[in-house]
Write a protein that binds this ligand. Structure first.
Ligand code: NHW
Ligand code: EN5
Length: 388
């Protein structure tokens, strides 16, 4: 059934309840001298191309490929539209490897037709911190689908990760592959219900009118938590301590240091927004919340072309009630003109989703590890990891 994935060091469906298998790496590392020194073969019309995303013309090519060919919902009404600024941020974290930004071009025209990326990360799985690659943005042009190009791309990124002496990876996908470490649900909180209904993102509920729906989702004009403000560079050490302490609770979570927090959480306009609560009395940072910006193109709608979506990222509370903190995040997202605020049921998010009027989406997100076995699937609330 999975001709490619059956050959890979990942949890296999046939091993699902086998408690004799140990947790941890499935295969040991090989000597670096045993890693294939040259790229995997592509069909003869195509060539590998390392993509320097800091070059604006290359970034535009990647952006264009993804804008036209990346992930859609199950009814092909919306397609993720990561911005160029977002791609630069997502692909250039501390210690990133340029060689892990891999394109495939048509030899004759140099047109970019496929893409896959890795970035380095330290992920803790239970008690062990493991150096990993996070794989994302796998995309094959619509006209080149089902030609088994994806397995070659996955093998090539694996080879380039191995060359850096890294032997594990993490990735998420909307499709079921062998085998998820956890299966999460997307939840959606309407901020602009009229537009969401007009574009088919949501429906008018039974026995609901448009004006009742608009009233239902109305939010205050201003945030309510005293000391709630945007995160700044000077906050990085304290936010790092707060976040590290919090992420220690989860079975799988990133091991963020100050450089990571500066990169991933310091606000970048239209990419990532972070807010914290500074005690008006002690000036301690007691709470933190963040979201990233990922619009979707609206396919085939006469009135609208883009859906502006915020995605819940990392949140930590020690003093402010979680519902109040996230409600303040909803208020700032509404002020900034987002149409919808999305969240997964990871971490403690179940504790605010229903109360803050999020509704379950029709999409799932499966989390995977490569070359690392976990004995039983985790509950979403055991995940302390959000991939972009
Ligand atoms: S998930 C988003 C993936 N991208 C999209 O959905 C965009 C739209 N779709 C496409 O571009 C986030 C194509 O449909 C793609 C497949 C390219 C998805 N992950 O070439 P073939 C990520 O980027 C398997 C993994 O004929 P295609 C995470 C499929 O099961 N495998 O298909 C990426 C089959 O294998 P099987 C996927 O439709 C993680 C084979 O590909 C997959 O033309 C990557 C068919 O290939 C997916 N999302 O192209 C893994 N979708 O065994 C990283 C399909 O079942 C692993 N497949 O026969 C770790 C590597 C690093 C290790 C380091 C130590
Ligand atoms: C790797 N980083 O299916 C990511 N999105 O629910 C790759 N549905 O937006 C993997 N179908 O439910 C991504 N509206 C996998 C997800 C792919 C995209 C996807 C889903 C997630 C989505 C929307 C629109 C559905 C359109 C028809 C949805 C309902 C919202 C409603 C609001 C009011 C309260 C009830 C829910």
């Amino acid at each position: 059934k999975h001709r490619f994935w059956e050959t890979q060091p990942v949890g296999q469906f046939k091993d699902l309840g086998d408690s004799s298998l140990p947790e941890g790496p499935i295969e040991p590392p090989t000597p670096l001298s045993d890693v294939r020194p040259d790229p995997y073969g592509l069909p003869s019309a195509y060539e590998w191309s390392t993509c320097d995303i800091s070059d604006p013309s290359v970034c535009l090519e990647v952006y264009t490929l993804l804008t036209n060919n990346y992930v859609e919902d199950d009814e092909n009404m919306f397609r993720f539209n990561y911005s160029k600024e977002f791609l630069q941020w997502a692909l250039r974290p501390p210690g990133f490897f340029p060689s892990w930004h891999i394109g495939v071009r048509v030899k004759s025209t140099k047109k970019l037709v496929a893409f896959i990326t890795g970035i380095p990360a330290r992920l803790r799985v239970r008690d062990e911190v493991v150096r990993m690659a996070e794989i994302n943005f796998l995309c094959v042009h619509k006209k080149l689908r089902s030609k088994r190009l994806a397995p070659v791309m996955i093998k090539e990124v694996t080879r380039r990760v191995h060359l850096e002496n890294i032997w594990q990876a993490a990735y998420t996908a909307g499709v079921v592959l062998p085998t998820p470490i956890a299966t999460c649900r997307y939840w959606h909180r309407s901020l602009n219900p009229k537009k969401l209904i007009d574009v088919g993102f949501s429906r008018l509920g039974a026995r609901m009118t448009m004006s009742r729906t608009i009233r239902l989702y109305k939010l205050p004009d201003a945030t309510v938590t005293p000391g709630f403000r945007k995160m700044e560079l000077r906050d990085v050490p304290e936010v790092t301590r707060l976040l590290r302490g919090y992420l220690a609770r989860f079975a799988v979570a990133p091991d963020f240091d100050e450089d990571d927090v500066e990169h991933w959480l310091l606000p970048t306009e239209n990419v990532v927004d972070s807010f914290l609560v500074e005690s008006p009395v002690t000036h301690e940072i007691t709470d933190f919340c963040s979201f990233y910006t990922l619009p979707s193109s609206i396919l085939n709608n006469p009135n609208y072309t883009a859906l502006k979506a915020a995605y819940s990222y990392y949140n930590v509370t020690t003093k402010t009630p979680l519902l109040q903190l996230i409600n303040d995040a909803l208020i700032v997202a509404k002020q900034k003109d987002y149409d919808v605020f999305n969240a997964l049921d990871v971490m403690e998010n179940e504790g605010f989703l229903k109360e803050l009027k999020f509704g379950p989406g029709d999409g799932q997100l499966h989390y995977y590890l490569y070359n690392y076995r976990i004995r039983n699937a985790l509950h979403p609330s055991e995940l302390g990891l959000v991939l972009l």
